[in-house]
Design a protein around this ligand. Structure first.
Ligand code: HEM
Length: 577
């Protein structure tokens, strides 16, 4: 289909005639039945040329949920000239994305996100091929379980710094705190440590502003096309799977003044100016024989020749990881901070668990997670919130179920024809995982719209473990996607979220500010799915909170050394960029 579309656009006829021609050609190039006459999955017809696009501009997950109820757990729709198939059931997700992973694991070569911004790289935009396998393998050196365990003390330190900063800026609970800014700084510092071996010492550092701006601009914000922001500005997201018509109506790619293309080009050059420059600087330091903290960029540069990597591969991979790892994890923490003040009884239970298991003399660590089932459940529920510990573990899980920042995840793309129970899915179909419907299935999650960590109280799996359960109906939630493209940052993200949430709960009573409503329904579409700006009070719970700030040394970050597979204490640690 791809070829037919491109052939049709090699000369540019005028206006509507061209659009109709290319769209028709692209649709005709997709077979609408298989050889046995099995049809496409049923679905909405949509409008001429643009298909179902206009119905997905605001809260697309609600439109998908409506269609899933009307057409069933596997339905199809057209966006411009692109066929989409939407999966809304755990069993189908497993059958297609896991069992038939060889067919359903590619990515569409989207004009804006893949071609213009990421040059078909960064792992997330790379088609299912040997380059993807190589880049994912290299990325995994820094993201696998052993690697994350190796640099847990870096994460520990950043989680301590997060709590300290909240305490200081909140003037010991007397002033409002904006948890969103703190969450962004925390996840950014973690990613800077892992990718470039550096950190920033303050939320006000210019790199923080620049990096968060880039993440938000890029973010595969799935939900919105146009958004009225509180400051009165209209912002349009350009990389979400259903947010950008330029990807699906070929004519728009030839418009001389297409603002989406201009934004895409600018974003790539901003990525290169920010992260590409850091790669270059690191390379120069290595060439000068200077000490460089172990990090992903160093691993890539040292293996550049052996792995056949171009500078662009490295720069885009680092940029892709910086965006994939910052706003996602931050969003979970933001939803947790927005939700928890409304549930004092849940917070009270989490505090009791922390006091019983950890006490006041030290902050919780990852070793405590297994003994904090309620916090664990809160986190999973927040996916419903995103995920906390066993009482704490339990609380976290509910956050993740409820507030998945990526209801539609990153779409997969099929590379062969496949017929599933009499429904034909042609090669070249975009596959969406409709986690909103899956997370609100009353059979799997009774009373699906209530935030109830108790639903996860007996689930002691990490999400990384839960994703491998043989029965997909038992999986905790689907926020990390599925199959061969499942998020490789899961180990890291889970650990970051646990440390941040358990420590915030350990240190603070989190309260809303009288007269200030926290809007849990609306969201800021610029950063995946984050709550709209809000402030809360973070009141220190005991006198040991301040003492704990000196428990860890900032200048002794241990870094995982993927070459020697050993830990060492770096001698130039905590490089402040
Ligand atoms: C709570 C935090 C996070 C969430 C909810 C999340 C979610 C996702 C989802 C839904 C996908 C697509 C999976 C699929 O195609 O089936 C994905 C892919 C990816 N994520 Fe994450 N992610 C998170 C954190 C991270 C972190 C910390 C990193 C670290 C670098 C990361 C790196 C990536 C990469 C590189 C991909 C592309 C994988 C590929 O295409 O093969 N993510 N993530």
């Amino acid at each position: 289909m791809q070829n037919a579309t491109h052939a049709a656009t090699s000369t540019i006829p005028s206006g509507l005639e061209f659009t109709v021609k290319t769209t028709t050609l692209a649709i005709l190039a997709i077979r609408l039945t298989d050889e046995q006459g099995n049809p496409l999955p049923p679905g909405p017809i949509g409008l001429p040329v643009v298909g179902s696009f206009p119905f997905l501009t605001h809260y697309p997950e609600l439109a998908l949920d409506y269609w899933a109820k009307r057409y069933g757990p596997l339905f199809s729709m057209w966006l411009g000239n692109q066929l989409f198939v939407v999966i809304s059931s755990p069993n189908i997700a497993k059958d297609l994305l896991v069992t038939k992973g060889a067919v359903f694991s590619s990515r569409k070569d989207n004009f804006i996100k893949s071609q213009t911004i990421l040059a078909a790289g960064g792992v997330t935009a790379t088609p299912y091929n040997d380059t993807w396998k190589k880049h994912r393998r290299l990325g995994n050196i820094w993201l696998n379980k052993g690697a994350v365990e190796g640099y847990t003390d870096v994460l520990n330190y950043e989680a301590l710094d997060l709590v300290r900063d909240m305490y200081n800026r909140g003037r010991a609970g007397t002033m409002p705190v904006n948890p969103q800014a703190h969450a962004g700084h925390y996840t950014l510092n973690n990613m800077l440590n892992i990718i470039f071996g550096i950190r920033t010492d303050s939320m006000d550092h210019p790199l923080v502003h620049q990096a968060l701006k880039l993440s938000r601009e890029f973010m595969y914000v799935l939900l919105l096309v146009w958004k009225n922001l509180p400051n009165g500005k209209n912002i349009r997201n350009c990389t979400g799977p259903v947010s950008n018509l330029t990807d699906y109506v070929t004519l728009l790619q030839y418009l001389p003044k297409n603002s989406m293309i201009a934004r895409g080009k600018k974003l790539q050059s901003d990525f290169l100016a920010t992260y590409g420059r850091m790669v270059k600087e690191l390379e120069a330091r290595l060439k000068r024989g200077e000490y460089v903290t172990d990090c992903l960029a160093k691993t890539l540069l040292e293996n550049q020749e052996k792995e056949g990597l171009e500078f662009m591969d490295i720069a885009i991979m680092c940029s892709g990881f910086m965006t994939a790892g910052v706003e996602t994890t931050a969003s979970v923490l933001q939803w947790f901070s927005a939700l928890i003040p409304s549930y004092p009884e849940i917070q009270q239970r989490a505090h009791e668990e922390l006091d019983r298991v950890v006490g006041h003399d030290r902050m919780p660590t990852v070793e405590d997670e297994k003994d904090l089932p309620y916090i664990h459940a809160i986190i999973k529920a927040g996916d419903l919130l995103y995920q906390l510990s066993a009482s704490s573990h339990y609380l976290l899980q509910e956050v993740e179920r409820c507030r998945n920042p990526f209801w539609i995840a990153t779409p997969h793309y099929s590379t062969e024809d496949f017929t599933y129970h009499g429904q034909f899915i042609p090669k070249g179909t975009v596959i969406l995982l409709n986690s909103y419907t899956m997370h609100h299935d009353p059979e799997r999650h009774p009373e699906p719209f209530s935030f109830n960590p108790d639903r996860y109280i007996n689930d002691n799996t990490l999400s990384t473990e839960s994703a491998n359960l043989p029965n997909p109906m038992e999986r905790d939630h689907w926020i990390f996607g599925a199959g061969r493209r499942i998020c490789p940052g899961m180990w890291l993200a889970e650990r970051e979220i646990f440390l941040a949430i358990s420590r915030m709960l350990w240190a603070f009573k989190m309260e809303s500010i009288p007269g200030q409503n926290i809007d849990l329904k609306e969201y800021d579409g610029l950063s995946g799915r984050s709550p709209v700006p809000f402030t809360i009070k973070m009141i220190p719970r005991h006198e040991k909170v301040v003492e704990s700030f000196n428990a860890e040394e900032p200048m002794k970050h241990k870094q995982y050394n993927p070459n020697s597979d050993m830990l060492h204490v770096e001698n130039e640690a905590g490089v402040v960029y």
